[in-house]
Design a protein around this ligand. Structure first.
Ligand code: XIL
Length: 406
């Protein structure tokens, strides 16, 4: 047998598909607008069959928030390819799932759970106790009067037993309490003055919710979830809350940092500090709602004026400009570089929505005032946030390549 012929054939057998693959990868990944970063070259190295979850298989699960619309068609194909964890965006929140005392809407939540189970995708439950999208009936007493603390906690317990109990063994982690910490700069004001706090006359409901959740599903990992957890003042308040829970032997496994971020927020230093502080308590961390809006906060209008008078033409929306794209790429790269450095402590990174086709921030003018903190009364002049790794056509953005090439 002529070995040199065999080798040549083998070489060509490998070489031709390899060249075809490189060309195909390049065609698939070439973005429609001008590339502004060095990541164009690295797109060639991307493997078309690999998803985010594969690039991060030695690090942590990569998740995404889903709605019913995500379970069919192109979104569902993208989810199955790229992600190995999902969080229901709205369908397990107290109001939607438990709108009155004896009514539970299981249908959507069940469909999401079935979808995940059938595709071997992990599920994070979101959430068991929050001041928004709440079940308003819980705060009313039986005769239309005020509800007592005892009854409210009993209702919370029943709710948590019903929901966490139903999905026991299927949901691996729960956001047990969401956003219970105050946003002001007043360092003495640790807790948000929510209905929960006011009716319970203090923060007891937080520890109670964790204990109920642990009882309802002893295997589930339990998280406290909040936003702006890297901002120094709020970070310290969250730290105090967590420390107290740990001292009281409350069953808590970790902290969800929502990560509704901006182009310059957080700084790498703030992000590291937040991680160091939480992990020093022995807690794990998940980034639970990651998105990076390209919008920047608008100047506060002068007293007595509106930011955009009705008679003025609407401000021009320059959209996803090359400059904003470059800044977003840099912020995403910074974040994932740090995530990988802290892989020992990080047990998941979840994006809030699938692609720039739809982001919850779009409905908030792109999150002008900064992600979750943007109230519904925030003036909305500009619409889209472009905060994710997939564009409006569900194609990988250059920011995608900045987080998978490492
Ligand atoms: C948002 C959803 O994305 C929206 O569809 C809904 O209208 C409002 O809630 N912090 C959270 C999430 O913990 O539950 C919020 O989700 C975003 C901010």
């Amino acid at each position: 047998m002529n070995f040199s012929t065999v080798n040549k054939k083998t070489d060509r057998g490998i070489l031709l598909p390899a060249i075809a693959f490189i060309i195909l990868s390049f065609v698939q990944c070439t973005p429609k607008h001008k590339v502004v970063s060095s990541f164009k070259a690295s797109t060639i190295a991307g493997h078309p069959d690999k998803g985010l979850k594969d690039y991060y298989k030695n690090y942590f699960p990569i998740g995404v928030a889903v709605s019913m619309a995500s379970l069919h068609g192109p979104d569902s194909a993208l989810i199955v390819k790229e992600f190995n964890s999902i969080t229901p965006e709205n369908d397990m929140k107290m109001g939607p799932i438990h709108p009155s005392e004896n009514i539970y809407n299981w249908e959507n939540a069940d469909k999401i759970v079935d979808f995940a189970v059938s595709h071997h995708i992990k599920i994070r439950g979101h959430n068991l106790c929050w001041h928004n999208q709440e079940a308003a009936w819980m705060f009313k007493g039986p005769n239309g009067g005020a509800v007592t603390k005892e009854l409210l906690l009993q209702r919370l317990k029943d709710h948590i037993f019903a929901v966490a109990g139903r999905y026991r063994g299927k949901i691996y982690a729960w956001d047990v309490v969401n956003e219970a910490v105050d946003d002001s700069d007043d360092t003495t004001q640790i807790y948000r003055k929510s209905n929960w706090y006011n009716i319970c006359n203090g923060p007891d409901f937080i520890a109670a919710a964790f204990r109920y959740a642990h009882e309802a599903d002893p295997q589930a990992k339990l998280y406290y979830n909040d936003y702006n957890s890297e901002h120094p003042v709020k970070r310290e308040k969250i730290y105090k809350l967590l420390k107290k829970l740990i001292e009281e032997h409350v069953p808590i496994d970790g902290v969800g940092m929502q990560a509704h971020w901006k182009l310059n927020d957080p700084s790498p230093d703030e992000l590291r500090k937040a991680l160091d502080e939480v992990t020093s308590l022995g807690l794990k961390v998940q980034f639970t709602e990651l998105d990076i809006t390209i919008r920047v906060p608008q100047p506060t209008p002068a007293p007595g004026t509106t930011p955009q008078a009705a008679t003025m033409p609407p401000a021009t929306d320059a959209g996803y400009t090359p400059e904003l794209e470059a800044r977003q790429i840099a912020q995403y790269k910074m974040a994932f570089d740090i995530f990988r450095q802290y892989k020992k402590f990080i047990t998941g990174v979840t994006f809030w929505n699938v692609s720039d086709r739809y982001s919850w921030l779009d409905g908030r003018g792109g999150g002008l005032m900064g992600g979750a903190a943007a109230g519904l009364n925030t003036p909305r002049v500009i619409k889209k946030a472009y905060p994710l790794l997939f564009d409006e056509n569900r194609q990988r953005k250059n920011a995608y390549w900045s987080v998978v090439n490492f």
